[in-house]
Every structure is written in structure tokens, then in C-alpha cells.
Design a binder for this molecule. Structure first.
Ligand SMILES: O=C1C[C@@](O)(C(=O)O)C[C@@H](O)[C@@H]1O
Length: 142
């Protein structure tokens, strides 16, 4: 099984940015733990701060991979273009967030992407990514 994790803007600063909200672990260390945990799964990782690059990555793997775990950061709340890309591809996408966006500012309560995704996981810290991967293993996405 091939799973792609895509992180959007500012998520390269996990472990550094707003630690009280996002925690102090950096994503690369967490990714290594994930890869050790899911030994039967090929987990690829991509991060970009650029909307068009995230769309290009969705196009590139969206007809090949078995699942995509996407944290689009603030583009979640603004990007019709990423929503259209998710709708255009075949691979199911799970939207994830580190923080519980519903406990935060109102502008974070709306996702432009959620309606095009199979599901949304929010508020479990970095383990939101693990839960996203687990959902593909449970085969509850079709
Ligand atoms: O950059 C982010 C991170 C986030 O997606 C999260 O993982 O909690 C939540 C977004 O509202 C925010 O813009």
C-alpha cells in the first residue's frame, strides 16, 4: 500500500511554530516513527508552502497511490483550487489537522476541502496523521 502525506504552508515549522498549539515535535522525527510503526506501508512525504506545488503533487500521485493524508494548513480555509484538485483525482484524500480547528478562530471552522475529501481528522496532535493512515487500513474509505 502506498500512502502519501502532504503538508501545506508553515507545516515545515512544526516543532518550532506556536508550540502551545502545534506541540514541540518536528515532523521529520514523527515521520520516522510512523514509518517504523507501519512497516507494511510505503509512506511518502511532501511539504510545500506553495499552493500550485501542492496541486501538482496531488495530480502526480493522485492516480497511482492508495491514499493521501493532506494537511493543507491555511489553504484548507481558502483554496478552491486544491478542492478542485482533490475532486479531480482518483486517490481518496483524508483531511487532517494537528490542532482542533473547531476550538480556534471562526475562520478556521470552515474547510473548502472537506466536501471533496473522504473524511476529516482534527485535533489529535501529530497523531492525526497516524489516524489518517489507520483509516486507509480499515478500508472504510470507499
Ligand atoms: O497551518 C495551519 C495548521 C492546521 O492545518 C493544523 O494542522 O492544525 C490548522 C490551520 O487552520 C492552520 O492554518
Amino acid at each position: 500500500m502506498n500512502i502519501q502525506i502532504i503538508n501545506g504552508p508553515n507545516l515545515n515549522l512544526l516543532g518550532v511554530r506556536e508550540k502551545s498549539i502545534y506541540g514541540s515535535a518536528d515532523f521529520e522525527s514523527y515521520l520516522a516513527d510512523l514509518q517504523q510503526h507501519f512497516t507494511d506501508i510505503n509512506i511518502s512525504y511532501y511539504q510545500s508552502n506553495v499552493e500550485g506545488e501542492i496541486i501538482n503533487k496531488l495530480h502526480e500521485i493522485g492516480f497511482i497511490y492508495d491514499g493521501i493524508v493532506l494537511n493543507a494548513g491555511a489553504y484548507t480555509h481558502t483554496s478552491i483550487a486544491i478542492a478542485d484538485a482533490i475532486a479531480a483525482i482518483n486517490t481518496p484524500v483524508i483531511e487532517v489537522h494537528v490542532s482542533n480547528v473547531y476550538k480556534r478562530e471562526e475562520f478556521r471552522h470552515h474547510s473548502m476541502l472537506a466536501a471533496s475529501c473522504k473524511g476529516v481528522i482534527t485535533g489529535f496532535g501529530l497523531n492525526s496523521y497516524r489516524l489518517g493512515i489507520e483509516s486507509f487500513l480499515l478500508n472504510i474509505n470507499s
